[in-house]
Write a protein that binds this ligand. Sequence first.
Ligand SMILES: [Zn+2]
Length: 270
Amino acid sequence: MRVYISVDIEGICTVVSGASTSVAGNDYTRARRQMTAEANAAVLGALAAGATEIVLNDSHGSMTNLIPEELHPAAELIQGTPKPLMMMEGVDAGFDAAIFIGYHARMQQHGILSHTISGGTVSNIYLNGQPLGETAINAAIAGYYKTPVVLVAGDNEVCQEAKATLGKVKTVAVKQAITRYSARSLHPAKACELIQASVTEALKDLSQYQLYQPAGPYTFALQFIQAGQADAAAMMPGTTRVDASTVSFSHENYIEAFRGLRCMISLARP
Ligand SMILES: [Zn+2]
């Protein structure tokens, strides 16, 4: 069994603010250690379920947060940016199951550090009219490559978002959001225990999961925080200006549509 694990940081246990998520933050060193510990917990859970190949993808910011020498030796690590499939780089190699650790709710929702891809740029991302967060956008990449997402870990809000969007999926809430910048967390060691046991359980019977494959053609409408960002994104050939703050891009193929989405965000980024 081949298992793919994408690891973000905002949904890691005890992370509640930018102090933990940015390299300059005064809690970053501790947070990346807990991120590494939760990744390892998922690896141990996968090994117990019989995984023979495990790939971890560092999926936050610079994408060099996981501490390589502290990772379980059974896993290989993808790091760095840019990567064509970003938070899902490497999933196109073909895996039996995908797991999301440290994930967070989408922008405009409750949840610790809720955002969608770029907190300072993106207000909402709609796919064919439906608002989607990183969980669904990335699950659709996995689905395109015939890999089901079997487990999502993060705060209680992303767990709810995952269930509402993906259907059958196991979730692990390592913290309960109080506000966007406050939470009640499990003990860090307890969170790892829970992730490990839940991953093993989630991988027991893969026949219970469905691929997340939204129907095409695919139109991504990107609502920016302000109109100047939409002005910049609309420079991309093939885009349509929907309104002052919204630009859309369509493609028959989901991965090409996703690439268009990424380009629009890159152009708009301050
Ligand atoms: Zn992140």
